[in-house]
Design a protein. Structure first.
Length: 418
């Protein structure tokens, strides 16, 4: 397994360009299953998870053409299976996103029940409860979700916990249901809104996009459209945090400043100078970060996917701060690895008390999940000496060419095939 080797101490300077968002591409590619003509996507990020969902669509019989610069055409007009196999689903739990579309378009679906992962058990009970409320008959047998519904019926469904892919799955299913569906306490992440906009251009009738109440009037068919994947706000936030951490001066280009407001405010609170343009964000920092309490929330609050990265700023701050993770039950896997580099962090339940230190020292550390890995790379950018981050296949799931983009900004970083 490849690893990334870093030598700390370089300031990040210059410009980087954000790739398309992983968490937008996955539901959009799944939505192709609803279309009666081919779909064309541009600005698709070249990531392992995107490759996985493309493979999954291929397995059910969709024809997928990956063009130059990651243009992707998906023709799911003649699929021959409704089964998403364990071998693929076990590598990416977001495969659950094919359940709603398959059920809505073909009346049946067999999707391997996604396992948990490093950050939590991550149940899909709300996905299943919502589909049952729409009239689906759902059984879980031999590790597979077996769902059938001759025609889904519109319903009113309240999410007792905001769920991004839960909202996406039910919104997609509702587009072809009989009657109107109202989703309450729906997730408001930009990726959910982007999916809703795309579905409407395909012929769906969704209102309330961007709010926590979505109203979907079922229609009889959806057509194929071209859609550009929106920029990845978590990749943008990760590089913004890296610029601040290294006391650099870097600009993230091709981003949506409106999608990273909570991260911008937090970086400013920590002492960064952040300037916003139409599609760029510039981050400058001259001093040691000021400590700032972090509390993750569903959008538009501070993203859980930025918690590990921003924690590293607190690790090196001149004071103490508390980091509270409210979305997932075990998203502190980066803490023990950061401790090995000299961080002083105490965990109690879903809160981490971080006591800032002057410096970190490089060490071999191990990635466990996507964003924890990113925080270890960030720590390696400033730790004295050499750090090596192992098992970086976690990183490749969500960050396109991370070592190239960091090197272009002046980091001393290289990828070493294991
Ligand atoms: C999406 O995961 C993202 N993945 C995650 O990004 C992100 O961390 C998460 O939303 C929160 O923003 C994709 O979009 C592909 P949830 P998702 O359903 O949809 C509980 C990354 O790093 N829950 O919003 O799986 C759940 O356990 C990944 O890019 C239920 O209890 O997250 C969690 O505590 C990691 N039952 C909370 O809700 C359900 O049926 C929020 O989960 C569904 C969720």
């Amino acid at each position: 397994m490849d690893k990334i080797i870093l030598r700390g101490g370089n300031r990040l300077e210059g410009e980087m360009r954000v790739s398309g968002a992983k968490n937008a591409a996955l539901p959009l590619i799944a939505a192709s299953l609803l279309a009666e003509d081919p779909m064309h996507f541009t600005n698709v990020p070249h990531l392992q998870d995107v490759t996985t969902i493309i493979e999954l669509l291929g397995q059910v019989g969709a024809r997928v053409i990956v063009g130059e610069r990651m243009k992707v055409e998906v023709d799911a007009t003649a699929i021959h299976s409704v089964r998403a196999p364990y071998e693929l689903v076990k590598t990416m739990r977001a495969s659950i996103l094919v359940l709603g579309p398959l059920l809505a378009r073909y009346g049946e679906a067999e999707v391997s029940l996604p396992g948990g992962c490093a950050i939590g058990t991550r149940p899909v009970n709300l996905h299943l409860k919502g589909l049952e409320a729409m009239g689906a008959e759902i059984r879980v047998e031999e590790g597979y979700i077996k769902a059938r519904a001759p025609r889904l019926q519109g319903t009113r469904f309240f999410f007792d916990q905001a769920s991004v892919t839960g909202t996406e799955n039910l919104m997609m299913a509702a587009t072809l249901a009989e009657g109107t569906t109202v989703l309450e306490n729906a997730a408001r992440e930009p990726e959910v809104a982007d999916l809703g906009e795309c579905l409407n251009r395909m012929g769906a009738r969704i209102s309330g996009i961007g709010t926590d109440e979505l109203v979907i009037e079922g229609v009889s068919r959806l057509g194929g459209v071209e859609h550009r994947i929106l920029p990845d706000r978590i990749e943008a936030g990760t590089y913004m945090a890296a610029a601040a951490l290294t006391r650099g001066d870097a600009t993230v280009k091709g981003a949506r400043p409106g999608h990273v407001e909570s991260v911008v405010e937090k970086l400013r609170e920590m002492g960064a100078e952040v300037t916003l343009g139409g599609d760029w964000i510039r981050v400058r920092m001259d001093d040691r970060p000021s400590p700032a309490n972090l509390r993750t929330q569903p959008y538009p609050g501070l993203p859980t996917d930025m918690q590990a990265q921003l924690m590293v700023l607190n690790v090196l701050a001149h004071g103490s701060a508390t980091v509270t993770e409210t979305v997932f039950e075990n998203r502190f896997m980066h803490v023990q690895e950061l401790r090995r580099m000299g961080a002083e962090i105490e965990l109690t339940g879903n809160a981490a008390m971080v006591r800032g230190v002057e410096r970190l020292t490089g060490a071999p550390v191990m990635a466990t999940d996507l964003r924890a890995s990113a925080s270890l790379v960030l720590a390696g950018l400033v730790a004295e000496g050499e750090s090596s981050v192992e098992r970086i296949y976690h990183i490749d799931r969500g960050y396109e060419r991370i070592e190239e983009k960091l090197a272009l900004l002046g980091a001393d970083v290289r990828r070493v095939p294991a």
